[in-house]
Design a protein. Structure first.
Length: 707
């Protein structure tokens, strides 16, 4: 038998079973539980069995970095027993989603019961006086119409029955009026109407109604104060039995921190890494001699409101009623044999009406009911899928641990020698005057290292702090913890841009350029006793490739290379790396003036063949431009003549037909008509010439190659 704990000191203790109906006001909910016999039992409100006192302490805990914890309780019970667990109200949803209950020795699980978490608005709405919307006195009086009350008014107490309230207009100073609330009370002497503003006290004389108001107020108070919920687990069986309860609920994320002790540089040896897990017990239980496991990774987790009752709104349909008989007028008679009864649908309809009207029709002619196949045919398809969720790393402590409630602890999870060496680290992006002191670690500790801070000690002295990311076994990490003031650093950049080639391919001018960037790092070690292993991190931009300098010792990613060099005591060392990027600019000659291309790129030592082809293209384009100019000139002349003709025709209408001016206008108009006919032919010829020269220009460029 495990050690017992007093109910007062342990919120999760075994309690003697009492009749369920008298023990709890709330609604008892049945839960489907996993038991050793595979049985599911519904909690019976009428159950009333005698239990023996026992304890079921926390024996195992698994904490996750995803913000939850898995808790195990194991122990021995004798006979029928109820285990009462206490949780914060916000944790109950996790309990209902994850709880596992096992009776391992032939008993069975009677079920799990807990108080209902009915919404406050719904609970308040169930009382005779609804306080859900913070009602005013007028609204409360309207709810208790017909009840006897005692009202305190200026001239004494008034006892009577509430008839209702009303609003009246009441005159105020300045000739204005306002709405005022009045209550109408039926007293022994008659009906009295009082302004509500005169009511000083208000007492309900109906004891049942007063009790309803008290219960509504108590519900409001308990909803504010009571955040602890009890969950009772019932076990049924005979004799001593081993039982198990497991559940998941929200828990603080466990954290890691490390200490790295570097050996004396003159003595050599490996660094020592010590790892600690920071664990918080925020529950109301003492963790005594529990098995503690710490898990990292990203298991899927979510919250779902299973605690609050869920109601589904149903449609409100009218009550079926028989149709009323109405008077009917009849047309002239027709032979009954002339009625068309051949329609099978009509006959079936008539037979159904007759049978429905006959007594016992429903029993004599049953309609087809919905079968299981019908229901399966309309069943929705599966809406969820499951799968593996990444890697999970488990740390299990070798010895049990004890953490009191609302206390925290640092738990050692690692003390091991680890492969590593001292280095100095310089960032080519930050370009500080001095590199950083650091250490290059290889995780040879046999465990995955979780992210966390590292305090670095160089021998007996504290040297600085570093941060380590998740480090799998066997992988390397570079850490920096202090500035290396004994090493001075400088950086020099030099760049150049040259044209490699200018060519023409299928009418496209291609200008190929090469941009070169050379970076020189200079380091001077002013330490006259110890050399430095320098790791230089050089940024690599997209599209650039190294063409000169030593090969990188590590390509961290596409944007970062690392180079390593050794600097002797008092010496100076340089690292020079050169990167190049090739670019090609493309210009479609048809869309660009070749003369502009010649002027722009002739200074780039354009090949003679390319220059000659561009000059020929410029000549052809100029010919096209000349033809287009001629078309434009002819169009302008035609437009000018047509405008002048409009003026002449207008003048001819107002000038005397026998006058000399009229004759001159006619002559001028005739000459313009002759010119328009000539312009029409010239314009057609000019447009044909433009099209011909454009086609010749396109044909020249279509397969043009040079360079």
């Amino acid at each position: 038998m495990m050690r017992s704990q007093q109910t007062e000191s342990n919120s999760n203790a075994m309690t003697p079973r009492r009749p369920r109906a008298s023990r709890r006001r709330g609604v008892t909910h049945p839960l489907l539980l996993v038991v050793s016999a595979g049985l599911a039992i519904v909690v019976s409100p009428a159950a009333a069995l005698q239990d023996r006192d026992a304890s079921l302490p926390v024996t195992g805990i698994t904490l996750y970095r995803s913000g939850v914890g898995y808790f195990e309780r194991q122990g021995t019970i004798d006979g029928d027993a109820t285990v009462r667990l206490r949780f914060d109200a916000e944790q109950v949803n996790d309990i209902l989603k994850s709880m596992i209950v096992l009776d391992r020795s032939g008993g069975r699980v009677g079920g799990v019961s807990y108080a209902s978490n009915e919404p406050l608005e719904r609970r308040l709405g169930s009382f005779a006086i609804d306080l859900s919307n913070s009602p005013r006195l007028k609204e409360i009086l309207d709810q208790i119409r017909g009840a006897r009350v005692r009202l305190g008014v200026p001239d004494g107490d008034l006892t009577g029955t509430i008839l209702g309230t009303e609003e009246r207009r009441q005159a105020v100073q300045g000739g204005q009026s306002v709405l005022a609330d009045y209550v109408n009370v039926l007293t022994g002497t008659g009906l009295r109407s009082l302004p509500l503003e005169q009511v000083r006290t208000f007492e309900i004389l109906d004891e049942a109604l007063k009790a309803e108001l008290d219960r509504a107020l108590a519900a409001l108070a308990s909803n504010r104060a009571d955040r602890i919920r009890s969950v009772d687990v019932d076990f049924q069986g005979r004799g001593a039995r081993d039982v198990f309860i497991g559940y998941v609920h929200e828990s603080p994320v466990w954290k890691t921190s490390y200490r790295l002790i570097l050996p004396d540089a003159s003595e050599g040896g490996q660094p020592t890494l010590q790892g600690w897990a920071i664990v918080e017990n925020t529950t109301d239980d003492d963790w005594r001699d529990v098995r503690l496991s710490l898990v990292s990774g990203s298991p899927v987790g979510f919250r779902m409101d299973l605690y609050e009752p869920l109601y589904v709104e149903r449609p409100l349909l009218p009550v079926p009623a028989a149709a009323m008989l109405r008077p009917k007028s009849y047309a002239a008679g027709v032979s009954r044999f002339a009625t068309d009864e051949s329609s099978g649908d009509m006959r079936q309809m008539r037979e159904r009406r007759l049978m429905d009207a006959a007594p016992g029709a429903a029993a004599s002619m049953p309609r087809r009911s919905v079968s299981a196949d019908d229901m399966a045919a309309y069943a929705p398809g599966t809406q969820a899928t499951g799968g593996e969720v990444g890697e999970v790393f488990l740390f299990t402590l070798d010895e049990p641990i004890t953490i009191e409630r609302q206390q925290s602890a640092m738990v050692p999870i690692l003390t091991s020698a680890i492969e590593g060496r001292r280095v100095s680290i310089y960032s080519g992006q930050e370009r500080t005057p001095h590199p950083m002191r650091g250490v290059e670690l290889t995780n040879s500790a046999g465990l995955d290292l979780m992210p966390g801070p590292i305090s670095v000690f160089d021998g007996p002295a504290y040297s600085g702090d570093a941060i380590i990311d998740h480090t799998p076994r066997g992988s390397d990490r570079l850490l920096s913890y202090a500035g290396d003031l004994a090493v001075r650093a400088s950086v020099e950049d030099r760049g150049e841009n040259r044209v490699e080639r200018i060519s023409i391919v299928d009418g496209v001018l291609i200008r190929s350029t090469v941009t070169r960037s050379t970076t020189t790092y200079t380091f001077r070690n002013t330490d006259e006793q110890r050399p430095r292993t320098m790791i230089v991190e050089h940024p690599v931009h997209n599209g650039w490739s190294q063409v000169e300098g030593p090969d990188p010792t590590e390509r961290v990613n596409a944007a970062l290379n690392r180079y390593e060099l050794t600097i002797e005591p008092g010496a100076e060392q340089r690292l020079r790396v050169t990167f190049e990027r090739s670019e090609a600019q493309r210009f479609t000659i048809l869309d660009t003036n070749p003369a502009n291309l010649i002027a722009r790129f002739q200074q780039d030592r354009m090949p003679q063949e390319v220059l000659e082809k561009l000059q020929e293209a410029a000549r052809l384009r100029a010919a096209v431009a000349d033809a287009e100019t001629q078309v434009h000139r002819l169009a302008q002349e035609r437009s000018s003549i047509e405008g002048d003709q409009s003026r002449l025709r207008e003048n001819l209408r107002v000038v005397d037909r026998q006058s000399e001016l009229h004759a001159r206008y006619l002559t001028r108009l005739s000459e313009q008509e002759n010119r328009l006919e000539t312009l029409h032919e010239e314009q057609r010829e000019a447009e044909r010439l433009v099209q011909e020269r454009q086609e010749a220009y396109r044909a020249f460029l279509r397969n043009l190659r040079a360079g």
